[in-house]
Design a binder for this molecule. Structure first.
Ligand SMILES: NC(=O)c1ccc[n+]([C@@H]2O[C@H](COP(=O)([O-])OP(=O)(O)OC[C@H]3O[C@@H](n4cnc5c(N)ncnc54)[C@H](OP(=O)(O)O)[C@@H]3O)[C@@H](O)[C@H]2O)c1
Length: 282
């Protein structure tokens, strides 16, 4: 039985951990909260307290791991992007570089397709330019690069860029229906990317099982603008359309790109949810 750890057992991390455990791996899952620690006993074999933003954290658990999934984001009051994606990822990468053991380790780092930023709705792939003009995107890109530059022959690193996540408890279709007839101050012309939680979960296992390294977009097939998507949903339901803005709020972090998932598909990955509308279409 090989040992895997999930750092950050939030929405994505918990689903992925449960699936990896189901596949027969011994799972350690981390949290910073004592309340979550007790809940994690039902998800993983071994909960662990870990704060990657704390430079004094004990990372010795990494020594005997075969797989590591990193799925962190600011999630508690007082968390911020700088602490998680800048200091935290640097601390983790340092610990990975300084590992004593030469046990081979496969690291999957969850990132965001938001890093493409506003590409005016153009198609983008993993080799397209990313957006460094927005400070959050710049931080996310730096975090990816910190992880990708852990230069050890025994350590393989894969970055999975996700779109907006939908799934149980994050029902985007219902949220859009609730917004029918309402004014929403987001640009309706922008094309976001989306990822279903089950495809994220299977994609993580696929990346581990197929030894993927480098950057992969793990997004579904939908490449519609917010307005096209909401119109489709509201039309099916006989609801009035959502009234989106036609411009971005100044200074907002916009994402407007048709994000290609061809690279991971070419590696053999098959989506189970090509779009959040599939359940509506049946
Ligand atoms: N949500 C989206 O639509 C979306 C879109 C694109 C990409 N992503 C990416 O997907 C990943 C997972 O998102 P999610 O929705 O599953 O997030 P989530 O539910 O908020 O979970 C984030 C996890 O990060 C952990 N965390 C935060 N700061 C930490 C620290 N300093 N040390 C250790 N762990 C820390 C939290 O653990 P505790 O609080 O339990 O300690 C929490 O479990 C993130 O990388 C996010 O950027 C999300």
């Amino acid at each position: 039985m090989s040992s895997y750890t999930v750092i950050g057992c939030g929405y994505v991390g918990s689903y992925a951990a449960a699936n990896l455990k189901y596949q027969g791996h011994y799972l350690t899952g981390t949290t910073r909260s004592s309340e979550r620690f007790s809940e994690l006993r039902h998800v993983v074999n071994e909960p662990l307290s870990l704060d990657i933003s704390d430079a004094t954290s004990d990372f010795t658990f990494l020594e005997d791991q075969s797989g590591l999934l990193v799925s962190v984001a600011p999630s508690q009051n007082g968390d911020n992007y700088q602490a998680v994606f800048s200091e935290g990822i640097k601390n983790l990468a340092r610990a990975l570089r300084l590992r004593q053991s030469n046990h081979s380790l496969h690291v999957i780092y969850i990132s965001s397709a938001g890093v493409y930023g506003d590409q005016k709705g153009k198609s983008v792939t993993e080799i397209s330019d990313v957006d460094r003009s927005n400070p959050i995107n710049k931080m996310l890109i730096n975090a990816e690069n910190v992880m990708l530059s852990i230069d050890r022959p025994d350590t393989q690193v894969c970055v999975l860029r996700l779109g907006g996540i939908y799934g149980p408890g994050r029902d985007m279709v219902s949220m859009i229906k609730q917004a029918a007839g309402e004014q929403i101050p987001k640009n309706g012309n922008d094309v976001p990317a989306w990822s279903g939680i089950f495809d994220i979960t299977y994609g993580v296992s696929f990346a581990f099982n197929n030894q993927l390294s480098g950057v992969y977009n793990l997004v579904d097939d939908m490449q519609a603008s917010r307005r096209e998507l909401s119109n489709q949903i509201c039309d099916i339901e006989g609801l009035p359309p959502v009234i989106w803005a036609n411009v971005n709020t100044p200074g907002s972090r916009s994402m407007n790109a048709k994000v290609s998932n061809q690279k991971i598909k070419s590696a053999g990955f098959k989506l189970s949810s090509p779009s959040m509308l599939m359940p509506l279409a049946v």
